[in-house]
Design a protein around this ligand. Structure first.
Ligand SMILES: *Cc1c(COP(=O)(O)O)cnc(C)c1O
Length: 408
């Protein structure tokens, strides 16, 4: 896939209806076919009754929420999951009408917005129900809710039968205002080989479901517990919906379980730039802030690349970091600046030569996993940390369909 379209003039690109042009050759590519294939491949491994929630929080883990949401829905997802109300509203404003669940906390005073835009909220506090009820104007509609149970994640969710009782009482006290359509929990260790803790959490959840049904008589047609790792590894925990994020983007939830995952996953995100300057250094000549890198011998070819920590390409990438140039690895040298960095080339190349920081060039590949490993973090962080200054070029069937970022 080429990124050259990014050089089109702003006027031309507007005419093409493909979003804004950008005047710096640094961009991310998102392959929607990969996302579509991943959704279908993961779905094939699930029980027939399990629906698919495409988790598109954080701008779809940095991939572009609207494009990913549309693609996942096309590939069979029934529901979308986001972290905050703002993300749900952005999807509605883009014209997406599918059910959306906000997985995180929303202020009770914002419940009327959720009602107006038909957005489902996560609830777990009785006093929240009471406050939200006082904010929703009579006659404006009901609030769809999923009840969150904290079975051991220790983040949000109700933890005891008393809390369940209190919440159910508040729901009943406001007849018809709250539609408790779902009940769910979240596992803390689904991506670890040791299954003792997830089994404990699951048994607490199963117990709570039974108690809640008997105690309150509230029907909960949608029951869910599975993130990517759970959906891929514990089919019995799929219930009627799975909440899949990371693996939809083609990444395995953790290194530890990588060997177990048989579903074919294809990475959707890649990151590219073009060389802006090439120079030859004499032995001892320095590169970048602090002059920490010195040419080891005369005749080293150093290239400048227009990406830096303000793009989310953080300074820690310099430690052992490499990029691909003409299918060959080139090490980052010197400190990474805010907007630029330097690499040592195997040979002299032309200005304008494409550089791949994440992704494939010929038979060479730098995966998000490799970058994560170098930074001592998880692959989830890698596409999320590439900032909105880096435009996302959205590809389908090898053609650019859309170009966007959130800044310009
Ligand atoms: C982010 C999130 C998910 C998706 O997790 P992945 O590991 O990316 O599949 C599922 N459920 C909840 C509650 C989440 O916050």
């Amino acid at each position: 896939m080429k990124g050259t379209v990014l050089c089109t003039k702003k006027e031309d690109s507007v005419k093409l209806g493909k979003g804004h042009a950008f005047y710096r050759d640094t961009w991310a590519e998102v392959n929607l076919n990969a996302i579509e294939n991943n959704v279908r491949a993961i779905s094939r491994g699930l029980p027939a009754e399990a629906g698919f929630m495409a988790v598109v929080k954080a701008n779809a883990y940095g991939h572009g929420a609207v494009d990913v949401a549309r693609t996942a829905l096309h590939a069979g997802a029934s529901t979308l999951g986001v972290a905050i109300l703002d993300e749900a509203l952005a999807l509605r404003h883009a014209g997406i009408e599918a059910p959306i669940l906000v997985l995180g906390y929303v202020r009770p005073e914002d419940a009327p917005l959720a009602v107006r835009y038909n957005i489902t909220l996560t609830v777990f506090q009785a006093d929240w129900i009471k406050e939200a009820a006082s904010q929703i104007k009579p006659g404006t509609g009901s609030l769809k809710c999923h009840l969150k149970v904290d079975t051991g994640m220790g983040r949000i969710g109700l933890r005891t039968e008393e809390e369940g009782d209190a919440l159910a009482w508040e729901v009943k006290a406001h007849d018809g205002l709250f539609l408790l359509e779902g009940i769910y929990t979240h596992f803390a260790t689904a991506d670890e080989i040791d299954d003792a803790y997830i089994r404990e959490q699951h048994s607490r959840f199963a117990h709570f479901l039974e108690w809640f049904k008997n105690r309150t008589g509230i029907k909960h047609p949608v029951v869910h517990s599975a993130n990517s790792a759970t959906a891929l590894r514990y089919k019995d925990y799929a219930y009627t919906l799975v909440r899949v994020g990371i693996s939809m983007y083609g990444l395995v939830p953790s290194e530890e379980i990588a060997g177990e995952i048989t579903v074919p996953l294809e990475e959707a995100f890649s990151l590219h730039s073009r060389i802006t300057h090439v120079k030859r250094l004499e032995k001892g000549e320095a590169v970048s802030y602090g002059a920490t890198y010195r040419a080891e011998k005369s005749g080293e070819w150093i290239a400048t690349i227009p990406i830096g920590y303000a793009d989310g390409w953080i300074r820690a990438n310099a430690a052992g970091g490499e990029v691909l140039v003409d299918g060959r690895r080139a090490p980052i040298v010197g400190r990474i600046c805010m907007d630029q960095m330097m690499v040592k080339l195997p040979d002299k190349v032309e200005r304008g030569t494409k550089v791949t920081l994440i992704g494939r060039q010929g038979s060479s590949m730098i995966s998000a996993d490799e970058v994560a490993c170098r930074l001592g973090t998880i692959n989830y962080e890698i596409p999320c940390m590439i900032s909105y200054r880096v435009p996302r070029a959205i590809y389908r069937d090898g053609a650019l369909v859309h170009l966007h970022n959130e800044v310009f």
